[in-house]
Design a protein around this ligand. Structure first.
Ligand code: BJW
Length: 244
């Protein structure tokens, strides 16, 4: 990593009055959680996550998609936050900051971050698909999603699939954070999924400096004033010394 760029980024964090942090799957990679666009492994290697994460896929193959989420729930339940998650929890105590994540893994909260804005929901939440309003669960057939005993509706994970609107309050808080920050720190996202990927551009248009932390090139590099090409768990603790 270029030490001049690192030094400049440290200075920008120190000077910042209002920080907006946008995180993606890469921040949890060092916790052992595969990123969304990593190739799937084991039983799942034949499947494309972009094709599983839709309501259409769920309606077509509910057991398959439900089992994919159950597999990921087990994996994430065993994962622990890494130094990048911890560093952001420390930063929130030092600075005025809004932490917006696309992640559904809850690892920021496990590291002690509060008021995390979850743009894409949470892996451990459930909701009903076409529920009757009085839905009540019956024990599921193993492997199948639970169904409502009254109307037969299926339970589904409380995440945001492609083509679905983001939770309104989370969207509002994220937009406000992007519009009102003077520093935008983007960590571990490919910058391919909208509307989240548009937020750093909004910050920049409103005069903020933009720092991207990602070991590989991303679609947000052209928006960035500084790109730090390093793993988040190594890089973030260097950006504010109190996090080391
Ligand atoms: C490291 C690292 C280390 C590795 N340290 N880094 C405008 C233009 C084009 C398309 C659209 C548009 N607006 C909307 C769309 C459609 C669509 C979209 O964006 N499609 C694109 C793919 C083209 N968007 C939507 O459908 C959204 N909904 C919507 O817009 O609704 C409109 C509407 C309005 C009103 C009514 C109805 C509808 C919804 C998007 C939902 C996204 N959901 C998912 C799945 C969640 C559940 C699940 O996980 O199963 O969210 S998709 C998936 O991508 C997941 C992620 O949060 C999201 C972003 O991925 P992320 O985090 O960037 O991960 P990766 O894997 O892509 O990248 C990881 C990065 O980490 C890499 O760069 C690595 O290098 C890096 N890395 N190790 C730091 N150690």
């Amino acid at each position: 990593m270029d030490s001049l760029a690192l030094e400049q980024a440290r200075g920008w964090v120190a000077e910042a009055r209002q920080i907006f942090v946008l995180t993606g799957a890469g921040i949890s990679a060092e916790s052992g959680v595969p990123t969304f666009r990593d190739a799937l492994t084991g039983l799942w290697e034949r499947f494309d996550p972009e094709e599983l994460a839709t309501e259409e896929a769920y309606r077509r193959q509910p057991a398959l998609v439900w089992q994919w989420y159950q597999h990921r729930r087990e994996l994430v339940a065993a994962a622990r936050p890494n130094p990048a998650h911890h560093a952001l929890a420390v930063l929130a105590r030092l600075k005025s900051m809004t932490l917006v994540t696309q992640n559904i893994d809850g690892l920021h909260q496990k590291a002690g971050s509060e008021q995390v804005v979850e743009l894409h929901g949470n892996l451990f939440a459930n909701k009903w698909l076409d529920g009757c309003g009085r839905c009540d669960t019956v024990p599921p057939i193993p492997g199948d999603p639970p169904r409502c005993a009254i109307c037969g509706a299926m339970m589904r994970p409380g995440v945001v699939w492609f083509g679905e609107d983001l939770p309104r309050v989370a969207r509002f808080r994220a937009d406000h954070a992007a519009e009102s920050c003077d520093l935008c720190l983007v960590v571990g996202t490919s910058g391919l999924v909208y509307p989240a990927a548009a937020l750093p551009g909004v910050a920049k248009e409103n005069g903020a400096r933009v720092i991207v932390v990602n070991p590989k090139p991303s679609a947000l590099d052209e928006t960035a004033d500084i790109v730090l090409p390093a793993p988040a768990g190594e890089c973030l603790p260097l950006l504010w010394p109190q996090a080391v």
